[in-house]
Design a protein around this ligand. Structure first.
Ligand SMILES: Nc1ncnc2c1ncn2[C@@H]1O[C@H](COP(=O)(O)OP(=O)(O)OP(=O)(O)O)[C@@H](O)[C@H]1O
Length: 251
């Protein structure tokens, strides 16, 4: 479905809805009338080259910033709204971790903000550490972690309170292919358990793994649909070709 800023049809199973969202920094228009919907329980990708506006959109969706125009609804709540934060897990592009604390202490600190403590907290730390393959490194100060380990710990932090919606800004940057696969398998598993996942990427093979995605270029949605749909409609054999056909250029 090639879009020229249409209004999405709002359905009961919509989890995230952006309607005609625009944002400028100074004179620079970074998002230009973006409209999209993310359904409950799907993995939705925002695919676009560096600087296309993905992080800006994600920050508006999580309520960290406000649009100049348009509206965003997350879990039926008009954003920004503080009360929704306990229902979402957000992993920013740069890791917000305390380097001098161990991984375990970081997990304990961030989880305490969600009221997790005692035996429940202990058990959950073991679960998420297992998931991101950091069980053996929990006692290490984070400043000794590699970039990929920090990304995995950030993912663990986002997962601790079992959020309904996971919003991940380039979760696999700096992560080796084997672990990347592990993380995508886990996203798949979470989706099967009903978690809605919004993920930004500029990697085509990750876009392929999403149920649906929006291709973004210069702050506009240039195409919207499932990977198969986008390839078929653009007569392309690869996502990269589809992106170029829709006017994206090399991502
Ligand atoms: N706070 C800000 N003030 C001024 N300009 C900003 C600000 N935040 C983002 N921008 C600009 O907005 C544009 C879009 O940035 P954004 O981070 O949303 O893109 P992106 O698609 O996430 O890129 P990347 O893949 O590199 O993270 C860029 O040109 C960036 O420089």
């Amino acid at each position: 479905m090639n879009l020229n800023a249409p209004s999405p049809i709002v359905a009961a199973d919509d989890c995230i809805e952006a309607v005609q969202v625009s944002k400028a920094f100074g004179k620079r228009i970074v998002l230009d009338q973006i409209s999209l919907t993310v359904k409950r329980g799907e993995i939705f990708g925002l695919l676009g080259p560096s600087g296309s506006g993905k992080t800006t959109l994600v920050r508006l969706i999580t309520g960290l910033d406000v649009p100049d125009n348009g509206s965003i609804t997350l879990l039926d709540v008009h954003m920004p709204k503080l009360s929704v934060l306990s229902r979402i897990g957000y992993m920013a592009q740069s890791d917000a971790l305390y380097g001098e604390l161990t991984a375990q202490e970081n997990l304990e600190f961030f989880s305490s903000l969600y009221g997790l403590r005692g035996a429940v907290l202990k058990k959950r730390i073991q679960e998420v550490a297992e998931l991101v393959k950091l069980s053996g490194d929990l006692k290490k100060p984070v400043q000794l972690y590699s970039g990929g380990m920090k990304r995995r710990l950030s993912l663990a932090v986002a997962l601790m309170h079992k959020p309904e919606v996971l919003i991940l800004d380039e979760p696999t940057v700096g992560i080796d292919p084997v672990l990347r696969k592990t993380i995508w398998d886990e996203l798949d598993h979470l989706r099967k358990n009903g978690v809605t996942i919004l993920v930004t990427t500029h990697v085509m093979d990750e876009a392929e793994k999403c149920d649906r995605l929006a291709m973004i270029r210069d702050g506009r949605v240039i195409a919207f649909g499932s990977p198969e749909q986008l390839k078929t409609e653009s007569h392309s054999s690869t996502m990269e070709d589809a992106f170029i056909t829709y006017g994206g250029g090399a991502a």
